[in-house]
Write a protein that binds this ligand. Structure first.
Ligand code: AN7
Length: 369
C-alpha cells in the first residue's frame, strides 16, 4: 500500500470512473439519441503549468493543454468518438475522411472499435510517419491522392453524397460537438475561461469547436470568454491572406491546408472573441517545438504554432500578456513526426564496448569544465 498518493487525482481522466468525453458531457452535446458510446477514454488531457516559458513569453500564467496525450496521439479523438458513435448508431457500415494524418489515425481507431470499415484519403507525400503507421495499424484502407488535402476532401465529400459511407471530417457537425469538450475541461480545471487561448489552425474545425464550447459553457455557468489567437503556417495561411492557397507548403504537415472547410466560422470565432488569426514561419514553429521540448513537452510541429504565434506577437509589441492566464493547445504528440527531429539532430555517436571510449565521449576534456 502506497500511502503518499492523493485519494483523488486532480484530473479525473486518470481515475477509474472516467468514461470519456461523450459520457462525461453528454447532456451538453447536441447529438442524436441514437449516438452510441464508442470510447477509448479520450479527453481529460492534462493542463500542464509552464511557469518558466510563461515568464519568458511575457510574464503570463501559461498552461499547455497537451492534446497529444489522447489515445491516438491527437485532439482528433474527442470529435471522432462522437462522429463514429453517431455513424454507428445510425447504421453506417463504413466511414471515410480526407486527412493530413491525425484524423486518419483517429478515424481508423474508432471505426475499428465500432466494427466499421474505414477508408482514409491522404494527400500526396508529406504525411508524418507516425500518423500513417497509426492508420495502418488500426486497419484503415489508405488511399493516397495525387493532389493536396483539399483535393482529397473534395473527393470524400462527393462520394458520400451518392454512397452510404459516413463522412467523418470536421464538416460533420458531431466532430465539433466532441471537440468542444476541451473548452469545458479547461473551464472545469481553471474554474473559468483563461484570458487568452492560442492554437494552430488548419481545416479550422478545432478553433470553431473551442469557441462554441466556451460560449456554451459561459451561457450555462458564467465561466467567461477567452480571446482566441488562431495561428496558421505562413506557407498555408489562407485565412490570413484572405484567399485560398493552391499549393500550401509547411513543415507543419498537419496544417498544410489551403482551403479550410470551416474558414468562415474560424474567422468569426477569432473576431467575436476579440482575437485574430495570424501566420508564423516554419522557423518560428520549429523554434517553439524545441522550446517546448526543453520543458519536457514534445509536440509535433503544427502543435507548436499556437505558442509560436503568441511569442511573435509579444516580441513585436502587438500583445501584452503580463499577469494573464494563457492556455496553449498542443494538438498532437511529437511521436507522430519523428523524422522532423531526426533530420535536424546529429546522429548518436557509436562506441566500442570500452570504458575509455565512453569516458572519451561523455566526460569533459582536459582543460574543459
Ligand atoms: C496536430 O488530420 O486536418 O484546424 O486531417 O493534426 O481543426 O483542422 C489535422 C489538423 C492542428 C488543425 N494540429 O486543426 C487532419 C487535419 C494538428 C492537426 C490541426 C491538425 P483544424
Amino acid at each position: 500500500m502506497i500511502s503518499n498518493l492523493p485519494d483523488k487525482p486532480s484530473q479525473p481522466g486518470r481515475s477509474a470512473g472516467y468514461r470519456g468525453v461523450l459520457e462525461t458531457y453528454r447532456p451538453l452535446l447536441n447529438i442524436p439519441a441514437h449516438t452510441l458510446t464508442i470510447t477509448l477514454l479520450e479527453g481529460n488531457t492534462p493542463l500542464i503549468p509552464m511557469p518558466r516559458l510563461g515568464q519568458e513569453l511575457g510574464e503570463c500564467d501559461l498552461f499547455v493543454k497537451f492534446e497529444g496525450l489522447n489515445p491516438t496521439g491527437s485532439f482528433k479523438d474527442r470529435g471522432m468518438t462522437v462522429a463514429i458513435g453517431e455513424a454507428a448508431g445510425a447504421g453506417a457500415r463504413a466511414v471515410i475522411c480526407a486527412s493530413t494524418g491525425n484524423t486518419a489515425a483517429s478515424a481508423a481507431a474508432y471505426a475499428a472499435r465500432a466494427g466499421l470499415r474505414s477508408i482514409v484519403l491522404i494527400p500526396q507525400g508529406k504525411v508524418a510517419a507516425g500518423k500513417l503507421a497509426g492508420a495502418m495499424a488500426y486497419g484503415a484502407q489508405i488511399v493516397q491522392v495525387l493532389g493536396s488535402f483539399d483535393d482529397a476532401l473534395n473527393l470524400v465529400v462527393e462520394i458520400t453524397r451518392s454512397h452510404p459511407i459516413a463522412l467523418v471530417n470536421s464538416l460533420n457537425p458531431y466532430r465539433l460537438e466532441g471537440q468542444k469538450t476541451a473548452a469545458f475541461e479547461i473551464c472545469d480545471v481553471l474554474g473559468s475561461a483563461p484570458e487568452l487561448l492560442c492554437l494552430p489552425v488548419g481545416n479550422a474545425g478545432n478553433i470553431s469547436a473551442y469557441w462554441m464550447g466556451f460560449q456554451e459553457y459561459h451561457q450555462l455557468k458564467r465561466t467567461g470568454l477567452p480571446q482566441i489567437l488562431g495561428v496558421q503556417a505562413a506557407g498555408a495561411a489562407p485565412l490570413v491572406l484572405g484567399h485560398p492557397v493552391d499549393k500550401p507548403e509547411t513543415v507543419a504537415t498537419a496544417i498544410r491546408i489551403g482551403r479550410p472547410a470551416r474558414g468562415e466560422q474560424a474567422l468569426l470565432a477569432a473576431e467575436q472573441s476579440g482575437g485574430e488569426i495570424i501566420a508564423v514561419t516554419d522557423e518560428e514553429i520549429l523554434e517553439m517545438q524545441r522550446r517546448l521540448a526543453i520543458e519536457g513537452v514534445w509536440v509535433e510541429p503544427a502543435s507548436a504554432a499556437g505558442l509560436a504565434g503568441l511569442a511573435a506577437q509579444v516580441r513585436a509589441g502587438r500583445r501584452a500578456v503580463r499577469g494573464q492566464r494563457v492556455v496553449a493547445i498542443c494538438t498532437g504528440h511529437g511521436l507522430k513526426d519523428p523524422e522532423i527531429i531526426a533530420q535536424r539532430a546529429a546522429a548518436p555517436v557509436a562506441i566500442p564496448v570500452e570504458m575509455k571510449a565512453l569516458e572519451a565521449v561523455i566526460l569533459p576534456k582536459e582543460g574543459e569544465k
